[in-house]
Design a protein around this ligand. Structure first.
Ligand code: FAD
Ligand code: DLZ
Length: 510
Protein backbone atom coordinates (compact mmCIF):
# COMPACT_ATOMS: atom_id res chain seq x y z
CA UNK A 1 0.00 0.00 0.00
CA UNK A 2 1.47 3.36 -1.06
CA UNK A 3 0.47 6.69 0.42
CA UNK A 4 0.57 10.23 -0.85
CA UNK A 5 1.67 12.38 2.08
CA UNK A 6 0.63 16.00 1.66
CA UNK A 7 2.73 18.54 3.57
CA UNK A 8 1.35 22.09 3.64
CA UNK A 9 3.40 25.27 3.59
CA UNK A 10 2.95 25.79 7.34
CA UNK A 11 3.82 22.19 8.30
CA UNK A 12 7.56 22.33 7.68
CA UNK A 13 8.89 19.93 10.29
CA UNK A 14 9.95 16.31 10.14
CA UNK A 15 7.93 15.83 13.34
CA UNK A 16 4.68 16.55 11.50
CA UNK A 17 2.18 13.77 12.17
CA UNK A 18 1.59 13.05 8.44
CA UNK A 19 5.17 11.80 8.07
CA UNK A 20 5.12 9.47 11.04
CA UNK A 21 5.38 5.74 10.19
CA UNK A 22 5.79 6.63 6.52
CA UNK A 23 7.64 4.32 4.16
CA UNK A 24 10.39 6.30 2.44
CA UNK A 25 10.70 3.76 -0.37
CA UNK A 26 7.03 3.39 -1.22
CA UNK A 27 5.23 6.56 -0.11
CA UNK A 28 5.45 9.86 -1.93
CA UNK A 29 5.53 13.23 -0.20
CA UNK A 30 3.67 15.98 -2.08
CA UNK A 31 4.39 19.66 -1.61
CA UNK A 32 3.07 22.35 -3.90
CA UNK A 33 3.23 26.09 -4.39
CA UNK A 34 -0.23 26.81 -5.73
CA UNK A 35 -2.15 29.83 -6.91
CA UNK A 36 -5.11 29.25 -4.58
CA UNK A 37 -2.99 29.32 -1.40
CA UNK A 38 -0.81 32.17 -2.61
CA UNK A 39 -3.77 34.31 -3.60
CA UNK A 40 -6.61 33.77 -1.08
CA UNK A 41 -5.53 37.08 0.41
CA UNK A 42 -3.14 39.83 -0.68
CA UNK A 43 -0.22 38.09 1.10
CA UNK A 44 2.78 40.34 1.78
CA UNK A 45 5.58 39.63 -0.70
CA UNK A 46 7.95 38.73 2.13
CA UNK A 47 5.47 36.17 3.47
CA UNK A 48 5.37 34.54 0.03
CA UNK A 49 9.17 34.50 -0.17
CA UNK A 50 9.43 33.05 3.33
CA UNK A 51 6.89 30.29 2.66
CA UNK A 52 8.04 29.29 -0.83
CA UNK A 53 11.73 29.36 0.09
CA UNK A 54 11.16 27.48 3.36
CA UNK A 55 9.04 24.90 1.48
CA UNK A 56 11.77 24.40 -1.13
CA UNK A 57 14.45 23.99 1.53
CA UNK A 58 12.28 21.57 3.46
CA UNK A 59 11.59 19.47 0.34
CA UNK A 60 15.34 19.21 -0.24
CA UNK A 61 15.85 18.13 3.35
CA UNK A 62 13.22 15.41 2.96
CA UNK A 63 14.90 14.18 -0.23
CA UNK A 64 18.24 14.12 1.54
CA UNK A 65 16.56 12.05 4.27
CA UNK A 66 15.51 9.48 1.65
CA UNK A 67 11.91 10.53 0.96
CA UNK A 68 10.54 10.64 -2.59
CA UNK A 69 9.13 14.12 -3.02
CA UNK A 70 6.87 15.52 -5.71
CA UNK A 71 7.30 19.30 -5.53
CA UNK A 72 5.40 21.85 -7.65
CA UNK A 73 7.17 25.19 -8.09
CA UNK A 74 4.93 28.19 -8.53
CA UNK A 75 4.17 29.39 -12.02
CA UNK A 76 1.04 31.37 -12.92
CA UNK A 77 0.35 28.97 -15.80
CA UNK A 78 0.63 25.77 -13.75
CA UNK A 79 -2.14 23.37 -14.69
CA UNK A 80 -2.78 22.59 -11.02
CA UNK A 81 -3.84 25.81 -9.32
CA UNK A 82 -5.06 24.26 -6.07
CA UNK A 83 -3.78 21.64 -3.65
CA UNK A 84 -6.69 19.42 -4.62
CA UNK A 85 -5.69 19.62 -8.29
CA UNK A 86 -2.09 18.72 -7.41
CA UNK A 87 -3.24 15.70 -5.41
CA UNK A 88 -5.70 14.67 -8.15
CA UNK A 89 -2.83 14.81 -10.67
CA UNK A 90 -0.69 12.58 -8.48
CA UNK A 91 -3.52 10.11 -8.00
CA UNK A 92 -3.63 9.50 -11.75
CA UNK A 93 -0.40 7.55 -11.21
CA UNK A 94 -1.27 3.98 -10.39
CA UNK A 95 -0.49 2.44 -7.06
CA UNK A 96 -1.67 5.07 -4.59
CA UNK A 97 -4.09 3.76 -2.01
CA UNK A 98 -4.47 6.62 0.40
CA UNK A 99 -3.78 10.29 1.00
CA UNK A 100 -2.37 11.25 4.39
CA UNK A 101 -2.17 14.78 5.73
CA UNK A 102 -2.02 16.63 9.02
CA UNK A 103 -5.07 18.74 9.83
CA UNK A 104 -4.60 22.17 8.36
CA UNK A 105 -4.67 25.45 10.24
CA UNK A 106 -7.47 27.28 8.48
CA UNK A 107 -11.17 26.56 8.27
CA UNK A 108 -11.21 27.58 4.58
CA UNK A 109 -8.84 24.80 3.54
CA UNK A 110 -10.03 22.37 6.19
CA UNK A 111 -13.51 22.42 4.62
CA UNK A 112 -12.02 21.58 1.23
CA UNK A 113 -9.73 18.81 2.48
CA UNK A 114 -12.48 17.18 4.49
CA UNK A 115 -14.41 16.64 1.23
CA UNK A 116 -11.49 15.18 -0.68
CA UNK A 117 -12.27 11.55 0.07
CA UNK A 118 -15.52 12.01 -1.90
CA UNK A 119 -14.21 14.34 -4.57
CA UNK A 120 -11.08 12.28 -5.21
CA UNK A 121 -12.63 8.88 -4.58
CA UNK A 122 -9.76 7.91 -2.31
CA UNK A 123 -9.43 7.46 1.46
CA UNK A 124 -7.95 10.61 3.06
CA UNK A 125 -6.49 10.25 6.52
CA UNK A 126 -6.36 13.55 8.40
CA UNK A 127 -4.07 13.32 11.40
CA UNK A 128 -4.08 15.68 14.40
CA UNK A 129 -1.57 18.52 14.48
CA UNK A 130 0.53 17.52 17.48
CA UNK A 131 2.62 20.70 17.37
CA UNK A 132 0.10 22.39 19.64
CA UNK A 133 0.34 21.89 23.37
CA UNK A 134 -3.42 21.56 23.86
CA UNK A 135 -5.44 19.44 21.47
CA UNK A 136 -8.70 20.83 20.09
CA UNK A 137 -10.61 18.40 22.31
CA UNK A 138 -8.66 19.38 25.41
CA UNK A 139 -9.50 23.01 24.79
CA UNK A 140 -13.16 22.19 24.14
CA UNK A 141 -13.31 20.28 27.43
CA UNK A 142 -11.81 23.23 29.30
CA UNK A 143 -14.19 25.70 27.63
CA UNK A 144 -17.32 23.64 28.17
CA UNK A 145 -19.89 25.41 30.31
CA UNK A 146 -17.98 28.73 30.40
CA UNK A 147 -19.88 31.76 29.10
CA UNK A 148 -16.73 33.79 28.61
CA UNK A 149 -13.29 32.40 28.01
CA UNK A 150 -10.37 33.99 29.82
CA UNK A 151 -6.84 33.28 28.68
CA UNK A 152 -5.33 33.60 32.17
CA UNK A 153 -7.19 30.57 33.55
CA UNK A 154 -6.44 28.43 30.51
CA UNK A 155 -2.79 29.49 30.71
CA UNK A 156 -2.52 28.26 34.31
CA UNK A 157 -3.84 24.88 33.19
CA UNK A 158 -1.15 24.77 30.50
CA UNK A 159 1.54 25.69 33.03
CA UNK A 160 0.42 22.79 35.21
CA UNK A 161 0.17 20.43 32.26
CA UNK A 162 3.65 21.18 30.93
CA UNK A 163 5.40 21.95 34.23
CA UNK A 164 6.87 25.06 32.61
CA UNK A 165 7.99 27.52 35.31
CA UNK A 166 6.47 25.32 38.00
CA UNK A 167 8.17 24.32 41.25
CA UNK A 168 8.37 20.64 42.20
CA UNK A 169 5.59 21.42 44.70
CA UNK A 170 3.31 22.47 41.86
CA UNK A 171 3.52 26.22 42.55
CA UNK A 172 4.32 28.87 39.95
CA UNK A 173 7.97 29.90 39.98
CA UNK A 174 8.45 33.30 41.62
CA UNK A 175 5.19 32.70 43.54
CA UNK A 176 3.12 34.44 40.89
CA UNK A 177 1.40 33.18 37.77
CA UNK A 178 1.71 36.47 35.97
CA UNK A 179 4.24 39.31 36.11
CA UNK A 180 2.47 41.60 33.66
CA UNK A 181 2.34 44.52 36.06
CA UNK A 182 6.15 44.77 35.75
CA UNK A 183 6.03 44.80 31.95
CA UNK A 184 4.94 48.32 31.07
CA UNK A 185 8.04 50.43 30.75
CA UNK A 186 8.47 53.10 28.13
CA UNK A 187 11.68 52.70 26.11
CA UNK A 188 13.84 55.80 25.74
CA UNK A 189 16.67 54.31 23.71
CA UNK A 190 18.52 52.55 26.53
CA UNK A 191 19.44 49.76 26.77
CA UNK A 192 19.96 49.64 23.01
CA UNK A 193 17.69 47.17 21.21
CA UNK A 194 19.48 44.37 19.36
CA UNK A 195 19.41 44.41 15.56
CA UNK A 196 17.08 41.68 14.26
CA UNK A 197 18.62 38.29 13.56
CA UNK A 198 19.48 38.10 9.85
CA UNK A 199 20.04 35.34 7.35
CA UNK A 200 21.26 36.53 3.97
CA UNK A 201 19.33 35.01 1.03
CA UNK A 202 20.99 31.94 -0.51
CA UNK A 203 20.52 30.84 -4.14
CA UNK A 204 17.09 29.30 -3.49
CA UNK A 205 15.78 32.37 -1.68
CA UNK A 206 17.24 34.70 -4.32
CA UNK A 207 15.39 32.75 -7.03
CA UNK A 208 12.14 32.91 -5.03
CA UNK A 209 12.53 36.66 -4.53
CA UNK A 210 12.82 37.08 -8.30
CA UNK A 211 9.72 34.99 -8.89
CA UNK A 212 7.65 36.74 -6.25
CA UNK A 213 8.64 40.14 -7.65
CA UNK A 214 7.60 38.99 -11.10
CA UNK A 215 4.43 37.00 -10.39
CA UNK A 216 3.09 38.86 -7.36
CA UNK A 217 4.06 42.42 -8.27
CA UNK A 218 0.66 43.76 -7.21
CA UNK A 219 0.81 42.19 -3.74
CA UNK A 220 1.37 44.30 -0.62
CA UNK A 221 4.86 45.08 0.66
CA UNK A 222 8.33 44.60 -0.65
CA UNK A 223 10.87 41.80 -0.95
CA UNK A 224 13.72 44.28 -0.33
CA UNK A 225 16.10 43.39 2.48
CA UNK A 226 14.59 39.92 2.97
CA UNK A 227 16.44 38.39 5.91
CA UNK A 228 14.13 35.80 7.51
CA UNK A 229 15.44 32.34 8.27
CA UNK A 230 14.05 29.72 5.86
CA UNK A 231 15.34 26.52 7.47
CA UNK A 232 14.85 24.91 10.86
CA UNK A 233 18.59 25.24 11.60
CA UNK A 234 18.59 28.97 10.96
CA UNK A 235 15.33 29.43 12.87
CA UNK A 236 17.00 27.67 15.83
CA UNK A 237 19.79 30.21 15.61
CA UNK A 238 17.20 33.00 15.60
CA UNK A 239 15.83 31.52 18.83
CA UNK A 240 19.31 31.44 20.43
CA UNK A 241 19.89 35.01 19.33
CA UNK A 242 16.63 36.13 20.92
CA UNK A 243 17.39 34.34 24.20
CA UNK A 244 20.87 35.86 24.39
CA UNK A 245 20.19 39.41 23.25
CA UNK A 246 16.53 40.36 23.61
CA UNK A 247 14.80 38.11 26.15
CA UNK A 248 16.39 39.79 29.20
CA UNK A 249 14.56 43.03 28.32
CA UNK A 250 11.49 41.44 26.66
CA UNK A 251 9.30 41.88 29.74
CA UNK A 252 10.24 45.42 30.68
CA UNK A 253 9.63 46.81 27.18
CA UNK A 254 6.95 44.40 25.96
CA UNK A 255 4.39 47.21 25.62
CA UNK A 256 6.78 49.91 24.41
CA UNK A 257 6.80 51.51 20.96
CA UNK A 258 9.51 53.54 19.32
CA UNK A 259 9.75 55.97 16.44
CA UNK A 260 13.21 54.64 15.48
CA UNK A 261 13.09 50.92 16.27
CA UNK A 262 10.90 48.44 14.41
CA UNK A 263 11.61 45.36 16.51
CA UNK A 264 12.62 46.43 20.05
CA UNK A 265 13.05 43.36 22.29
CA UNK A 266 10.52 41.11 20.58
CA UNK A 267 11.51 37.65 19.47
CA UNK A 268 10.42 37.81 15.79
CA UNK A 269 9.85 34.07 16.06
CA UNK A 270 6.16 33.84 15.11
CA UNK A 271 6.83 33.34 11.37
CA UNK A 272 8.98 30.32 12.26
CA UNK A 273 6.72 28.86 14.94
CA UNK A 274 3.65 29.16 12.72
CA UNK A 275 5.27 27.60 9.66
CA UNK A 276 6.75 24.67 11.57
CA UNK A 277 10.41 25.71 11.52
CA UNK A 278 10.36 26.07 15.32
CA UNK A 279 8.51 23.96 17.85
CA UNK A 280 6.50 26.11 20.32
CA UNK A 281 7.27 23.87 23.30
CA UNK A 282 11.00 23.91 22.54
CA UNK A 283 10.87 27.71 22.35
CA UNK A 284 9.19 27.89 25.78
CA UNK A 285 11.69 25.44 27.25
CA UNK A 286 14.62 27.47 25.94
CA UNK A 287 13.19 30.59 27.59
CA UNK A 288 12.58 28.75 30.88
CA UNK A 289 16.17 27.48 30.85
CA UNK A 290 17.39 31.07 30.46
CA UNK A 291 15.64 31.92 33.73
CA UNK A 292 16.88 28.84 35.59
CA UNK A 293 20.37 29.68 34.32
CA UNK A 294 20.12 33.27 35.58
CA UNK A 295 20.32 34.71 32.06
CA UNK A 296 16.93 36.45 32.04
CA UNK A 297 14.60 37.75 34.76
CA UNK A 298 11.31 36.09 35.66
CA UNK A 299 9.11 38.94 34.39
CA UNK A 300 10.65 38.55 30.93
CA UNK A 301 10.58 34.77 30.82
CA UNK A 302 7.10 34.34 32.29
CA UNK A 303 5.77 37.11 30.02
CA UNK A 304 7.28 35.47 26.96
CA UNK A 305 6.12 31.95 27.81
CA UNK A 306 2.61 33.27 28.51
CA UNK A 307 2.40 34.58 24.95
CA UNK A 308 3.05 31.13 23.50
CA UNK A 309 1.69 28.73 26.10
CA UNK A 310 -1.20 31.04 26.92
CA UNK A 311 -2.28 33.33 24.10
CA UNK A 312 -1.17 31.27 21.14
CA UNK A 313 -2.78 28.05 22.38
CA UNK A 314 -5.84 29.91 23.63
CA UNK A 315 -6.65 31.64 20.34
CA UNK A 316 -6.13 28.43 18.40
CA UNK A 317 -8.53 26.52 20.69
CA UNK A 318 -11.07 29.30 20.51
CA UNK A 319 -10.85 29.44 16.71
CA UNK A 320 -11.62 25.75 16.21
CA UNK A 321 -14.32 25.74 18.85
CA UNK A 322 -16.23 28.56 17.18
CA UNK A 323 -15.62 28.36 13.46
CA UNK A 324 -17.14 28.95 10.99
CA UNK A 325 -19.63 31.22 12.79
CA UNK A 326 -16.91 33.21 14.56
CA UNK A 327 -15.69 34.83 11.33
CA UNK A 328 -19.09 36.40 10.71
CA UNK A 329 -19.41 38.09 14.15
CA UNK A 330 -19.92 41.87 14.20
CA UNK A 331 -21.55 42.54 17.57
CA UNK A 332 -20.69 46.25 17.55
CA UNK A 333 -22.47 46.63 14.22
CA UNK A 334 -19.52 48.22 12.41
CA UNK A 335 -20.03 49.33 8.83
CA UNK A 336 -17.14 51.63 7.90
CA UNK A 337 -14.75 50.63 5.10
CA UNK A 338 -11.05 50.20 5.87
CA UNK A 339 -9.28 53.49 5.05
CA UNK A 340 -6.93 53.26 2.11
CA UNK A 341 -3.96 54.46 4.19
CA UNK A 342 -3.78 51.01 5.79
CA UNK A 343 -2.29 49.90 2.46
CA UNK A 344 -0.07 52.93 1.86
CA UNK A 345 0.91 54.25 5.29
CA UNK A 346 0.05 57.65 3.88
CA UNK A 347 -1.40 59.32 6.98
CA UNK A 348 -0.32 62.25 9.15
CA UNK A 349 -0.92 60.19 12.29
CA UNK A 350 2.69 59.39 13.16
CA UNK A 351 2.02 56.19 15.11
CA UNK A 352 -0.16 54.80 12.32
CA UNK A 353 2.30 55.80 9.64
CA UNK A 354 5.16 54.17 11.55
CA UNK A 355 3.29 50.93 12.23
CA UNK A 356 2.00 50.59 8.65
CA UNK A 357 5.32 51.56 7.10
CA UNK A 358 7.16 48.95 9.23
CA UNK A 359 4.52 46.44 8.20
CA UNK A 360 5.06 47.24 4.53
CA UNK A 361 8.85 46.96 4.79
CA UNK A 362 9.12 44.03 7.17
CA UNK A 363 5.89 41.98 7.03
CA UNK A 364 6.15 42.49 10.78
CA UNK A 365 4.92 44.85 13.45
CA UNK A 366 5.15 43.98 17.10
CA UNK A 367 2.15 43.15 19.24
CA UNK A 368 1.53 46.54 20.76
CA UNK A 369 1.56 48.25 17.35
CA UNK A 370 -0.96 45.69 16.07
CA UNK A 371 -3.14 45.99 19.17
CA UNK A 372 -2.92 49.60 20.30
CA UNK A 373 -2.20 51.48 17.07
CA UNK A 374 -3.62 49.93 13.88
CA UNK A 375 -6.07 47.79 15.88
CA UNK A 376 -7.14 50.52 18.27
CA UNK A 377 -7.77 52.91 15.39
CA UNK A 378 -9.94 50.34 13.58
CA UNK A 379 -11.91 49.72 16.78
CA UNK A 380 -12.47 53.42 17.51
CA UNK A 381 -13.38 54.16 13.89
CA UNK A 382 -15.83 51.24 13.66
CA UNK A 383 -14.21 49.48 10.72
CA UNK A 384 -16.02 46.41 9.33
CA UNK A 385 -14.49 43.34 11.00
CA UNK A 386 -14.10 41.40 7.76
CA UNK A 387 -12.09 44.22 6.15
CA UNK A 388 -9.70 44.74 9.04
CA UNK A 389 -9.35 40.96 9.49
CA UNK A 390 -8.42 40.57 5.85
CA UNK A 391 -5.82 43.33 6.19
CA UNK A 392 -4.14 41.60 9.13
CA UNK A 393 -4.27 38.25 7.35
CA UNK A 394 -2.52 39.73 4.34
CA UNK A 395 0.20 41.92 5.76
CA UNK A 396 2.13 39.84 8.31
CA UNK A 397 4.57 37.01 7.68
CA UNK A 398 3.08 35.10 10.63
CA UNK A 399 -0.57 35.51 9.60
CA UNK A 400 -2.86 32.49 9.36
CA UNK A 401 -6.58 32.61 9.90
CA UNK A 402 -6.50 30.50 13.10
CA UNK A 403 -4.32 33.01 14.93
CA UNK A 404 -5.15 36.26 13.12
CA UNK A 405 -8.94 35.99 13.37
CA UNK A 406 -9.36 35.66 17.16
CA UNK A 407 -6.72 38.35 17.71
CA UNK A 408 -8.40 40.81 15.36
CA UNK A 409 -12.07 39.99 15.58
CA UNK A 410 -12.01 39.15 19.29
CA UNK A 411 -9.13 40.93 20.97
CA UNK A 412 -9.02 44.09 18.88
CA UNK A 413 -12.51 44.62 17.46
CA UNK A 414 -14.52 43.14 20.35
CA UNK A 415 -16.79 41.89 17.57
CA UNK A 416 -17.51 38.66 19.47
CA UNK A 417 -19.30 40.54 22.25
CA UNK A 418 -16.55 39.99 24.83
CA UNK A 419 -16.22 36.23 24.44
CA UNK A 420 -12.42 36.48 24.18
CA UNK A 421 -11.70 39.69 26.12
CA UNK A 422 -13.50 41.21 29.06
CA UNK A 423 -13.20 44.76 27.74
CA UNK A 424 -12.21 46.45 24.50
CA UNK A 425 -8.61 47.67 24.24
CA UNK A 426 -9.85 51.16 23.34
CA UNK A 427 -7.40 53.95 24.15
CA UNK A 428 -6.90 57.62 23.41
CA UNK A 429 -3.68 59.28 22.24
CA UNK A 430 -2.63 59.55 25.89
CA UNK A 431 -1.84 55.83 25.98
CA UNK A 432 0.20 56.00 22.78
CA UNK A 433 2.11 58.98 24.17
CA UNK A 434 2.77 57.15 27.43
CA UNK A 435 4.21 54.09 25.70
CA UNK A 436 6.05 55.70 22.75
CA UNK A 437 7.91 58.72 21.44
CA UNK A 438 5.75 59.01 18.31
CA UNK A 439 3.64 61.93 19.46
CA UNK A 440 6.45 64.47 19.67
CA UNK A 441 7.06 64.17 15.91
CA UNK A 442 3.38 63.95 14.98
CA UNK A 443 1.46 66.48 12.89
CA UNK A 444 -1.37 66.16 15.43
CA UNK A 445 -1.17 67.34 19.02
CA UNK A 446 -1.75 64.64 21.59
CA UNK A 447 -2.65 67.12 24.33
CA UNK A 448 -5.48 68.62 22.26
CA UNK A 449 -8.90 67.02 21.80
CA UNK A 450 -11.30 69.12 19.79
CA UNK A 451 -9.15 71.47 17.68
CA UNK A 452 -8.38 70.88 14.01
CA UNK A 453 -4.85 69.66 14.82
CA UNK A 454 -5.89 67.53 17.83
CA UNK A 455 -4.81 63.87 17.92
CA UNK A 456 -7.61 61.93 16.17
CA UNK A 457 -7.39 59.11 18.72
CA UNK A 458 -8.66 61.51 21.44
CA UNK A 459 -12.05 62.51 20.03
CA UNK A 460 -12.49 59.10 18.37
CA UNK A 461 -12.03 57.47 21.76
CA UNK A 462 -14.87 59.47 23.32
CA UNK A 463 -17.01 59.04 20.23
CA UNK A 464 -16.56 55.27 20.59
CA UNK A 465 -17.40 55.38 24.31
CA UNK A 466 -20.49 57.46 23.66
CA UNK A 467 -21.87 55.52 20.70
CA UNK A 468 -21.42 52.18 22.45
CA UNK A 469 -22.98 53.10 25.79
CA UNK A 470 -25.59 50.35 25.41
CA UNK A 471 -22.85 47.80 24.74
CA UNK A 472 -20.50 48.71 27.59
CA UNK A 473 -22.13 50.85 30.29
CA UNK A 474 -22.91 47.75 32.36
CA UNK A 475 -19.42 46.29 31.96
CA UNK A 476 -17.77 46.70 35.39
CA UNK A 477 -14.37 47.25 33.72
CA UNK A 478 -15.79 50.16 31.69
CA UNK A 479 -17.68 51.95 34.47
CA UNK A 480 -14.85 54.39 35.12
CA UNK A 481 -14.74 55.45 31.42
CA UNK A 482 -18.47 56.26 31.52
CA UNK A 483 -18.13 58.15 34.79
CA UNK A 484 -15.28 60.19 33.26
CA UNK A 485 -17.35 60.84 30.15
CA UNK A 486 -20.44 61.85 32.10
CA UNK A 487 -18.37 64.16 34.32
CA UNK A 488 -17.27 66.30 31.39
CA UNK A 489 -19.14 69.53 30.69
CA UNK A 490 -21.97 69.17 28.12
CA UNK A 491 -20.23 71.71 25.81
CA UNK A 492 -17.01 69.70 25.92
CA UNK A 493 -18.84 66.45 25.23
CA UNK A 494 -20.64 68.06 22.29
CA UNK A 495 -17.35 69.42 20.92
CA UNK A 496 -15.68 66.02 21.23
CA UNK A 497 -18.55 64.28 19.47
CA UNK A 498 -18.56 66.90 16.72
CA UNK A 499 -14.82 66.49 16.21
CA UNK A 500 -15.27 62.69 16.22
CA UNK A 501 -17.95 62.98 13.53
CA UNK A 502 -15.73 65.21 11.39
CA UNK A 503 -12.84 62.80 11.73
CA UNK A 504 -14.99 59.90 10.64
CA UNK A 505 -16.38 61.82 7.66
CA UNK A 506 -12.84 62.80 6.62
CA UNK A 507 -11.24 59.51 7.60
CA UNK A 508 -9.41 59.05 4.29
CA UNK A 509 -7.64 62.38 4.76
CA UNK A 510 -6.23 61.85 8.24
P1 FAD B 1 6.80 38.21 20.69
O1 FAD B 1 6.28 39.50 21.20
O2 FAD B 1 8.23 37.96 20.82
O3 FAD B 1 5.95 37.06 21.40
C1 FAD B 1 6.42 35.71 21.45
C2 FAD B 1 5.50 34.76 20.76
O4 FAD B 1 4.27 34.67 21.44
C3 FAD B 1 5.14 35.11 19.32
O5 FAD B 1 6.15 34.70 18.43
C4 FAD B 1 3.84 34.35 19.13
O6 FAD B 1 4.09 33.01 18.75
C5 FAD B 1 3.24 34.34 20.52
N1 FAD B 1 2.19 35.34 20.67
C6 FAD B 1 2.30 36.55 21.27
N2 FAD B 1 1.11 37.15 21.33
C7 FAD B 1 0.22 36.32 20.75
C8 FAD B 1 -1.16 36.38 20.50
N3 FAD B 1 -1.91 37.42 20.90
N4 FAD B 1 -1.73 35.36 19.85
C9 FAD B 1 -1.02 34.29 19.45
N5 FAD B 1 0.31 34.18 19.67
C10 FAD B 1 0.91 35.17 20.32
N6 FAD B 1 0.28 36.41 15.84
C11 FAD B 1 0.52 35.53 14.87
O7 FAD B 1 1.32 34.62 15.05
N7 FAD B 1 -0.13 35.61 13.67
C12 FAD B 1 -1.04 36.60 13.43
O8 FAD B 1 -1.60 36.64 12.35
C13 FAD B 1 -1.28 37.56 14.44
N8 FAD B 1 -2.15 38.57 14.24
C14 FAD B 1 -2.36 39.48 15.23
C15 FAD B 1 -3.26 40.52 15.02
C16 FAD B 1 -3.52 41.43 16.02
C17 FAD B 1 -4.50 42.53 15.79
C18 FAD B 1 -2.88 41.31 17.26
C19 FAD B 1 -3.17 42.27 18.36
C20 FAD B 1 -1.98 40.29 17.48
C21 FAD B 1 -1.71 39.37 16.48
N9 FAD B 1 -0.81 38.32 16.67
C22 FAD B 1 -0.59 37.42 15.67
C23 FAD B 1 -0.15 38.14 17.96
C24 FAD B 1 1.19 38.86 18.12
O9 FAD B 1 1.05 40.23 17.81
C25 FAD B 1 2.27 38.25 17.27
O10 FAD B 1 2.34 36.86 17.53
C26 FAD B 1 3.63 38.85 17.59
O11 FAD B 1 3.60 40.24 17.37
C27 FAD B 1 4.68 38.19 16.73
O12 FAD B 1 5.92 38.79 16.92
P2 FAD B 1 7.05 38.14 17.81
O13 FAD B 1 7.34 36.78 17.34
O14 FAD B 1 8.19 39.11 17.85
O15 FAD B 1 6.32 38.06 19.19
C1 DLZ C 1 0.28 30.68 3.28
C2 DLZ C 1 0.59 29.73 2.18
C3 DLZ C 1 0.97 30.21 0.93
C4 DLZ C 1 1.14 31.66 0.67
N1 DLZ C 1 1.21 29.38 -0.08
C5 DLZ C 1 1.12 28.05 0.09
C6 DLZ C 1 1.33 27.14 -0.97
O1 DLZ C 1 1.56 27.53 -2.10
N2 DLZ C 1 1.26 25.82 -0.70
C7 DLZ C 1 0.94 25.35 0.53
O2 DLZ C 1 0.90 24.13 0.72
N3 DLZ C 1 0.70 26.19 1.53
C8 DLZ C 1 0.77 27.53 1.36
N4 DLZ C 1 0.51 28.38 2.36
C9 DLZ C 1 0.08 27.82 3.65
C10 DLZ C 1 -1.38 27.35 3.58
O3 DLZ C 1 -2.19 28.41 3.13
C11 DLZ C 1 -1.77 26.86 4.96
O4 DLZ C 1 -1.31 25.56 5.09
C12 DLZ C 1 -3.22 26.91 5.20
O5 DLZ C 1 -3.64 28.22 5.20
C13 DLZ C 1 -3.59 26.23 6.50
O6 DLZ C 1 -3.02 26.88 7.61
Amino acid sequence: MANLILILGDQLTTDISALQNGDRQRDRVVMAEVHDEASYTNHHKKKLVLLFSAMRHFARQLEADGWQVHYQHYHPDNEAQSLEAVIAGQLRDAGVDRVITTECGEWRLHEQISQWHERLGMPVEIRPDTRFIASKQEFANWAEGRKQLRMEFFYREMRKKTGLLMTPEGKPEGDQWNFDADNRRKWTGKPPAPAPFRVEPDAITTEVIKQVDEYFADHFGTTEDFHFAVTADDAAQALDYFIDFALPCFGDYQDAMSDDEDWLFHSILSPYINSGLLDPMAVCEAAAQAWYGGRAPINAVEGFIRQILGWREFVRGLYWLNMPGYAAENRLGNSRALPWFYWTGDTKMRCMHKAIDATRRNAYAHHIQRLMVTGNFALLAGIKPEEICDWYLAVYADAYDWVELPNVLGMVMHADGGYLGSKPYAASGKYINRMSDHCKSCHYKVNKSTEGDACPFNALYWHFIDRHRDDFANNPRMGMMYRNWDKQKPEQRAALLKRGEQLLINIEKL
